[in-house]
Ligand binder design. Structure first.
Ligand code: DUC
Ligand code: ZN
Ligand code: ZN
Length: 466
């Protein structure tokens, strides 16, 4: 099928300009000066709207077993919500649990996703047990499975935690095979001490989740990861869900010396705070228990993160989508914040929430597209297939209406959650049309996608490495 998107303003990583986009089948065939495209094809009028590459969310946890329960979005519900919100590619975190064969963990993730995704998807691999077998498996995953990034945890002792020796070995392997090490940078053993002490004092409310994970322990782990990567001959390192100013300072300093160090942040850290959300009265704050935690609004974290995005010290905005319902899930931690499953759902709202930064004058239009689509695609070996509107690229296109308003809430969202972390928020702009590999799957609020439409993406190596 041939489809022309005419009259819109094309926004890409280098800026905005009027252009018409011709789609042929599943890919983009050509870009035309306005009005110069074919006239005898089906046409979508995008006058007054932005035409951008479909969003690429490189950090999600669909169906993740965690904290005695499981993230509440399946690949079906989560990728449908993503699609409706303008994200046409996700990269989810497949898991090797401690003691498990890496390839078995990967096979289990394929089984969950296969035939269920509404949009295209790839996997990173969480390594829960770095040993000789796992190190060998890293080579095989990079060479054969299209998995070129591995997440390690400096947090969660006894669950996903890797010690410094394991981290160094994985980094040395990544340096050899070109993979990216993604790091959950929080000092888990030190956090566990603070958690125990807080509980002994009777401090059990959700806000203590944030108080026992102080900025210093994110900054220390970030710094340690950066130093360990330097010992591994500057292994490529990507800090996930960076939330705190002092952690950002470590990344900025490393980048200033030309290191292969990158970082992402997430919408929750750009907008929400320890006091207003995590510190909400009673058990309400459980809705915002995630790790890294929300930071104090009395400090400069949010402004520093926006600045980091502008300056490219933060390269990507992902969601760390890890939803849990209040009922039966977050509730597991009533009376003990350490038992609240960690995670916030937001895969549906990332494109919108970061556009709000454009409306607020905090980010340029080009940087919006770059942080939500182009850079994540380049960072994780999906470019130029994803993340750009150019001839030959997959026709993953979002038509975005800057004049619309989007109201967020549990009554209207599509994620499988019984609350919204953004309840009642009204955002500038709105997703008007979503096209995935040439097919219109969402238009003016009408959804016509289906599970199984999304395909597994074998990824190459990151484009940013030296
Ligand atoms: N952080 C979360 O909040 N949830 C899942 C895993 C993680 O690192
Ligand atoms: Zn993490
Ligand atoms: Zn995560």
């Amino acid at each position: 099928m041939t489809l022309l998107i005419s009259g819109g303003t094309l926004v890409g990583p280098t800026g905005a300009s009027p252009a018409d986009v011709l789609i042929d089948g599943e890919t983009i065939a050509a870009l035309f000066a306005p009005g110069r495209g074919p006239t005898d094809v089906e046409t979508i009028d995008a006058a007054g709207k932005y035409v951008i590459p479909g969003g690429v969310d490189v950090h999600t946890h669909m169906e993740m077993p965690f904290g005695g329960t499981q993230a509440s979005d399946t690949f079906d519900t989560g990728t449908k919500a993503a699609a409706i919100g303008g994200t046409t590619t996700i990269v989810d975190m497949a898991i090797q649990r401690t003691g498990e064969v890496v390839q078995d963990g990967l096979a289990a993730w394929h089984a969950k996703a296969d035939g269920n995704c509404h949009v295209d998807y790839g996997f990173h691999m969480i390594l829960g047990g770095v040993d000789d077998e796992a190190l060998k498996a890293m080579d095989q995953l990079v060479a054969d499975e299209g998995i070129s990034s591995f997440k390690l945890f400096m947090a969660y002792p006894g669950v996903f935690y890797s010690d410094d020796g394991q981290i160094l070995r994985a980094m040395q392997k990544a340096r050899d095979n070109g993979a990216m090490i993604m790091m959950h940078a929080e000092n888990g053993p030190a956090i566990d001490v603070l958690v125990k002490q807080a509980l002994e004092r009777g401090e059990t409310d959700p806000v203590y989740h944030g108080i026992t994970r102080p900025e210093a322990l994110e900054a220390e782990a970030t710094s340690r990861a950066i130093w360990l990567a330097s010992v591994a001959a500057d292994c490529p390192l990507y800090i996930v869900h960076l939330s705190a100013s002092k952690a950002l300072e470590q990344v900025t300093a490393a980048r200033d010396t030309g290191r292969n160090v990158f970082a992402e942040t997430c919408p929750q850290y750009l907008y929400l705070t320890l006091e207003d959300q995590l510190g909400a009265p009673g058990f309400e704050g459980a809705k915002w228990v995630c790790s890294t935690p929300l930071r104090s609004g009395h400090e400069n974290h949010r402004a520093d993160l926006w600045k980091g995005l502008r300056a490219n010290d933060l390269s990507v905005v992902s969601t760390d989508h890890c939803p849990f319902c209040m009922k039966d899930q977050k509730e597991l931690g009533r009376g003990d914040f350490s038992k609240i499953p960690n995670g916030i759902g937001g895969v549906e709202h990332r494109v919108n929430l970061i556009y709000q930064g454009v409306a607020d004058g905090k980010l340029s239009l080009a940087r919006w597209v770059e942080t939500i689509a182009t850079t994540p695609a380049r960072m994780f070996g999906l470019y130029p297939r994803k993340g750009i509107l150019a001839p030959g690229s997959d026709a993953d296109v979002v038509i975005y209406d800057p004049a619309a308003r989007t109201r967020i809430g549990v009554a209207t969202h599509h994620m499988n959650m019984d609350y919204s972390a953004w309840e009642g928020w009204e955002i500038a702009g709105g997703v008007d049309t979503v096209i995935s590999r040439g097919g219109v799957i969402s238009r003016g609020g009408e959804y016509s996608g289906r599970p199984g439409r999304g395909r597994y993406l074998k990824r190459g190596l990151s484009e940013y490495l030296v």
